[in-house]
Design a protein around this ligand. Structure first.
Ligand code: OAD
Length: 226
């Protein structure tokens, strides 16, 4: 069975990372347009660096949870072919043992030269002084609003071949990821939503299971593997 899994902030919520749009979420207390757009970075790079420095420090203090671990176990099973796509910029999937994770929104653990496009491991603290060897200013290698997500060709190809598409812990409001369920359905896949509560896209899914990721994800993986 070929499974494409899309994860969002909800899978890391119980690790302590918080989410963006829930009550008390990141975008309630921080201005998305200032911190997650190329225009915001051009206007105040120091503020953007401070935000991602805080997120980088936060993820280093968090551990993968039972949902990340269950997906890593699923990937190890030879009976299934799993394509794991995440919108998350943290490395909790990798630290749980997942391999070949497709980070469609990049990762804040990598620095990207805004001038030449070179990449290198992000230092713990980035600032306007963090420079590429070419002299260009470094930014976090995160896909901001108005930018094109990474690996779209690879994701599209996986959706075309999928028997099952599963969205986990994502509100379904940010495109193109929010459109994957419809695309998978058009290509003939079964679709399943695992989320704390019905998302914006809930009615697009054929099946759903609601509850905390640390419960519903291991439960579903167990079902697939038995
Ligand atoms: P959101 O914060 O928009 O949505 C999180 C989803 O997780 C919501 O539907 C919650 O109901 C659900 N959730 C919360 N706690 C959960 C739990 N314990 N178990 C299961 N589900 C839970 O986050 P995303 O959908 O990931 O992009 O946001 C998409 C993109 O918007 C992010 O990648 C980021 C953001 O702005 C950029 O920064 C470019």
């Amino acid at each position: 069975m070929r499974i494409v899994i899309l994860t969002g902030a909800g899978i890391s919520a119980e690790s302590g990372m918080g989410t963006f749009r829930d009550k008390g979420g990141l975008w309630e207390n921080a201005d998305l347009m200032k911190l997650a757009t190329p225009e915001g970075f051009a206007e105040d790079p120091a503020a953007v660096h401070a935000f991602y420095n805080m997120r980088r420090a936060k993820v280093r203090s968090c551990q993968p949870n039972a949902a990340h671990v269950a997906l890593a176990a699923l990937q190890m099973d030879p009976r299934v072919e799993v394509t794991l796509v995440t919108q998350n910029v943290d490395d909790l999937h990798e630290r749980a043992g997942s391999r070949d994770v497709i980070h469609m929104h990049g990762t804040h653990l990598v620095a990207l030269c805004a001038a030449c496009g070179d990449r290198w491991p992000a230092p713990e603290v980035m600032s306007v002084e963090t420079r590429c060897v070419c002299g260009g200013m470094a930014r976090p290698d995160v896909v901001w609003f108005g930018e094109v997500p990474y690996h779209m060709d690879r994701i599209g190809a996986a959706l075309q071949r999928a028997d099952l598409f599963v969205a986990i812990g994502t509100s379904g409001v940010v495109y193109p990821a929010a459109g994957f369920v419809r695309a998978a359905q058009e290509f003939g896949a079964d679709t399943l939503e695992l989320n704390l509560e019905p998302s914006e896209r809930a009615t697009d899914f054929a099946r759903s299971c609601f509850g905390p990721a640390t419960e519903v994800v291991p439960g579903w993986v167990n079902e697939v593997l038995t």
